[in-house]
Design a binder for this molecule. Sequence first.
Ligand code: CTP
Ligand code: CA
Length: 223
Amino acid sequence: ITRRLSDGPLKGKHILVTSGPTHEPIDPVRYIANRSSGAQGTAIAEALTALGAEVTFVTGPATAPRPRGARLIEVETARQMLDAVQAALPAAAAVFCAAVADWHVTNAGSSKIKKDATGTLPTLDFAENPDILATISKGADRPPLVIGFAAETDDVIAHATAKRARKGCDWIVANDVRPETGIMGGTSNQVTLITADGAEPWPLLSKSDTAARLAARIAEHLT
Ligand code: CTP
Ligand code: CA
C-alpha cells in the first residue's frame, strides 16, 4: 500500500516521472522495443507519492505494475511521450526513467508487411526520436530539478557525466546494464548519482530502496 504522507516533505509538489520502454511501430502488428520493465520508474513514483508528492506518471508499454496513487498517462511511442510530458508541465521536478527508443521507423506499414514470394527482404528506414529529457531541460517550462537516467554497458561514469552536460539536466542516475549485472528486468539496482559535485556511488539496493533514497534526496533538494 502506498500511503501519501499528508504532511510529507513533498506535500503539494507536482513531480513528473517517465517510465517504461517505448514501442515504435513497424506495421500494425510489429514494433521496435527494448528490455526496460519499468520497475524502477514505478518504484520511484511510489516513493515520491509516499513523501506527499502529486505524481504524474507517463509510461510506455511497461510490464511492471503501475504505481498506486499517481496520475497515470499511458503512451506508446517516444513522440507521444514527449507530447504527454509537455502537456503535464509545470512541475517542481521531473524524473526521466523511461528507456525511450532512440529511433522510429519512417516507412512503417499502414497494413501488415507480408513476406515477398521472391524472398526480397523489407528495409526499415529510421529517423531519430525527439530527446525528451534534453527538450525539457532546455525548454521554457523547465522544472527546477531535472533528473535523467543513463543505462550504460561500458565506461558508465564517463558516459553518464558527458550525458549530464549534453542534456542539460541537473542529476543523472547512472547504472551498468550489462546483462550479467541482472539489473534490467531484475529487482535490484546499483546506481551512481552524478551531480554538479561529481559521482556518488550508491550501494547495491532493491529497486524500491533505490527509489526511496532518490525520493528522499529530491525532497531534501526541494525543501
Ligand atoms: N531520453 C529521453 N528521450 C530520448 C532518449 C533518452 O528522454 N529520446 C532520456 C532517458 O529517459 C534517460 C536519458 O535520456 O533519462 C538518457 O537516456 P540514454 O538512452 O542513456 O541516452 P541517449 O542520449 O539516448 O544516449 P545513448 O546513445 O547512450 O542511448
Ligand atoms: Ca538511448
